[in-house]
Design a protein around this ligand. Structure first.
Ligand SMILES: [Zn+2]
Length: 364
């Protein structure tokens, strides 16, 4: 399942590709025909992410929205199987194809592939895109071309495409989302109100020298974890406690904090949770930038890999000099392998349907 950094990257890609453009919105599969009709012909004003939730704002084509009801919000949650696939006319600058693998392998939490692997698409019918990779993820890159796009024929929808957004130079196809619906701005705000603070939004604001929104105040996270005896490893996966953390960041940030995942939240000192938040923020902002999750310190990247049946792909796999996937994590998908620091076997246990990885020696 994509973690928050992936959804933030996706929001940026959609904004870069389509902002200010009047879109043709369809539901090739048909299941979203009503929703698509509400958005078709409108202008994409921008996309944003809150944790794992994606919101895409559409305004009327005849000018800026004059009343709140004039804005319609496409809300998408990818869930385990959802994916966006992009194709373009060759003039679009880099976009990122983001989503889950098509086939369920193990826990299916492989890091989405394809974002930074440029695959130039020819103009005209871009059908070669359908053969571009095992996941159907297609990244496109190219130099801006003033003349491109005028007679471009996008590739036919591939698979059960819930919604297709077509702009001037590109299309974006959404398949197999958990949630895909059209909301009013008030309804979208209600969804956000149910989420915990988002480290990426908070970190972005801090780095920009702006005042973070109160919603993203890390003290909300600290208070929520300390409010109950629920294990901290469980609280980190609760989107109402902290938004955007998935199974990889959960396991890795607890390891880096040397914190026992089963420790009751109420017994974790507030300053430890603040430090954990800061670490999470740095890791997730790095993830937004690179498309990959890397949590290991250079000195700990000894060969040892991940377990073969759970190979994790990263967007940086093809980038020279990037940290290899099998050296990127301390514990995630490393069950039974020696801990990179103490040498004892990494443990795994299923907790509420999700695998929790940790080192019982280092984390206590
Ligand atoms: Zn250890």
């Amino acid at each position: 399942m994509p973690e928050g950094h992936t959804v933030h990257r996706l929001a940026r890609a959609l904004t870069d590709l389509f902002a200010g453009q009047r879109l043709v919105v369809t539901s090739p599969q048909g299941r979203f025909a009503g929703g698509a009709a509400l958005l078709d012909g409108r202008v994409l004003a921008g996309a944003s992410a809150w944790g794992k939730q994606l919101f895409v704002d559409f305004v009327p084509a005849d000018g800026a929205a004059t009343a709140p009801d004039d804005v319609r919000v496409l809300r998408v949650h990818l869930g385990l199987y959802g994916a966006w696939t992009f194709a373009g006319d060759g003039s679009a600058v880099v976009v990122h194809a983001i989503g889950a693998p098509r086939r369920r392998i193990g826990e299916t939490e492989t890091v989405p592939r394809g974002a930074d692997e440029p695959v130039p698409l020819p103009r005209g019918d871009a059908s070669p895109a359908s053969a571009s990779g095992p996941e159907g993820d297609v990244g496109i890159a190219g130099s801006p071309d003033e003349d491109a796009g005028t007679d471009w024929v996008p590739p036919a929808p591939r698979g059960a495409v819930r919604v297709r957004l077509r702009g001037v130079h590109a299309v974006a196809d959404l398949t197999a989302p958990t949630t895909c619906e059209v909301l009013s701005p008030d309804e979208a705000r209600a969804v956000v109100a149910g989420l915990g603070p988002d480290p990426i939004r908070w970190g972005d604001a801090v780095r920009a020298g702006a005042e973070p929104e109160p919603h993203d105040d890390p003290e909300r996270f600290v208070d929520a974890v300390r409010r109950s005896r629920t294990p901290v490893g469980t609280r980190l996966m609760d989107q109402s406690v902290v938004a955007g953390v998935g199974n990889i960041y959960r396991a890795e940030v607890l390891y880096r904090a040397r914190l026992d995942p089963y420790r009751p939240g109420s017994s974790v000192p507030a300053e430890d949770l603040r430090a954990l938040w800061d670490d999470l923020t740095a890791l997730m902002l790095d993830g937004v930038q690179t498309g990959a999750i890397v949590t290991t310190l250079p000195e700990d990247r000894v060969p040892g890999g991940s377990t073969g049946r759970h190979r994790v792909r990263q967007n940086s796999d093809a980038v020279p000099g990037a940290v290899p996937s099998d050296a990127s994590f301390y514990v995630y998908h490393r069950e039974g392998l020696p801990c990179r620091v103490c040498g004892n076997p990494v443990l795994v246990r299923e907790v509420a349907g999700r695998n929790l990885y940790w080192c019982a020696t280092c984390q206590h």
